[in-house]
Design a protein around this ligand. Sequence first.
Ligand code: GDP
Length: 700
Amino acid sequence: MAAKTFPLDHVRNFGIMAHIDGGKTTTSERILYYSGKNYKIGEVHEGAATMDFMVQEQERGITIQSAATCVMWGNYRLSLIDTPGHVDFTAEVERSLRVLDGAVALYCAVGGVQPQSEQVWRQSEKYKVPKIAFVNKMDRVGANFYAVMDQMKSQLNANPVPMVLPIGAGETFSGIVDLISMKALRYDMKTLGKTVTEEEIPADMLEKAQEYRQKMIESAAEQDDALMEKFFAGEELTMDEVKKAIRKGCIARTITPAFCGSAFKDKGVQQLLDGVCEYLPSPLDAGAAVSADDETQKREPSDNEPFCGLAFKIMTDPKSGGKITFVRVYSGTLKLGAELLDSTINREQRISRLFRMHAAKQEPLDEAHAGDIVACVGLTETRTGDTLCDPDHPITLESIDFPAPVISVAVKPQSRQDNEKLGVALHALAMEDPTFVVTFDQETSETIIAGMGELYLEVIVDRLKREFNVACDVGAPQVAYRETLTQTVESEYKHVKQSGGRGQYAHVCLKLEPQEPGKEFEFVNEVKGGVIPTEYIPAVEKGVRKALESGPLAGFPVVNCKATVYFGSYHEVDSNEFAFITCAMQCFKQGFLKAKPQLLEPMMDVEVVVPEQYMGAANGSINQRRGRVEGMDERGGMKSIKATVPLGEMFGYSNAIRTVTQGRGTFTMIFKQYEAVPASIAKTVIEKRIKEGKVRPSAE
Ligand code: GDP
């Protein structure tokens, strides 16, 4: 079949980023409906939304997995990449931001810019993703488009430019004014908003519409020197010029074109889609993909370049049970059956099936082109974040940043059969998501799963049961503490065993130093004159790295540390690799305990939102939990308290806050940083770990 290449300037790969409950699922549903792929509108509360095809998501009403769905809007091809709203799933947000070219930042017209929206905005800025804004739920009582514009300025430091204005708000919300055409748009409810009629702008809104149109034109002029001159010369700018300039500013991220409507009441979504096509970047605007280790190595978004792409999502096909890898193609052509190189792990891979995902159906393809987002079967070893490329033209793109897990639970299979299946299931889940970590605790024979949040781990356990048919008992959630040292020390250890026959001998001197937070562990060899032969140095490093996995204080991983081996000795006959590994481990442990070690705990950015009369109770609940109140704010007629609270104190907080606020308080939390645990609490944690057999008491 001859390849038919879709014009790249008519491709939009975009996602919707929103606070949970903002209306992302409803808006995605309406997009599928208006673009004609879906005929029935599935309401979220019925659990029929097409994007959320995983069962748990439907039950919880939140979008967890990022599925890419392809729709046509006029002569544009849109790939909608689903991003989750819940912060526990930040890795999902990161991975989708990495591969999309533009995004819709969606806000609730009442709730406005909420804490999670701030975090996602920051993440999207990190990946330089151009955005347009959509203020949803204009039909709700208290909806205020202009207040959200102000919040975008003050809280996100954004420069929103309204492209439409709402007609009415709350119960009186009846349509929108398009500031380009200067027409009022009304939606016919008999066709669920599919029929849009253009009318004159209501007389009482005309002045406001003119004022905002003028602001829009000024913003456009600011994006382009030639337009600016024309504007100051008093010449009229054409609407084509204005749209082009707004597009330029949007792609340069100096402005955020803003739209509004009500997805639920079927108003304004078509104009949002027009906005996606008009203002968000195409793969051509997004530019070349750049090698992670050599900036001069690039792949332009063109079919004439060698193939390269990024695997950004792995999931299990709900139908076949097979593994599906979502790939964003940056350059060249990806062909069915062709030999590919996974350059991240340096393995050849081959694709046996290739397709484009529509909401409910898969469209088989023979090849995919630059700018495409496709699903592949056959990439058995490829992990999330890996680069795929033409083996004759290797390149490795920057991988996706994934945060370390902050919370863990022990899972215990209920039967022997469950035990056998557990390993396979956990391996498959870990391939899908690099923030999900599985370990086996030798001391207690427990399997420990760790992730970014409590809800996240609940979802994993649920998937074990449903998708893999593995039933598990789950322990209480545990905080992922860390250990570190606060002083530089030198440590010497001799490992000598003489038990008849051949003995064991190793002698190691290590210098241990604290490192800045976040820096990877560093091992340095400064041994002079071969006092430890070079062949044993890797064994020393191996021993130290092993010791880092389970810290001497309480058996938690050691972070922010550097180790230098600078002296030692060996024995011609009795020294071997094993002896040096054991010796280095002991040497590290002994030194670490002398280096004023500290236990670190994950601290969370918490925001509690309550009606004013519950401020005292909410503040009290934070103080009780060793929290620091960092500030207070107004949020949609409620009070918000921002605080930093240790994760370990936050278990069960949703019940607690409901109880003290008669069910009216809510909260959100996001991992912030690791901080030292106060000494008295550290003592309790360490004693508990000793009792559980996770660490041996130190000889202090
Ligand atoms: P998500 O969590 O961002 O995916 O949000 P959902 O699409 O699941 O919406 C959350 C809730 O808000 C659901 O009960 C929706 O029916 C409701 N909702 C979504 N859009 C609107 C809207 O435009 N107006 C109103 N009044 N409710 C909406």
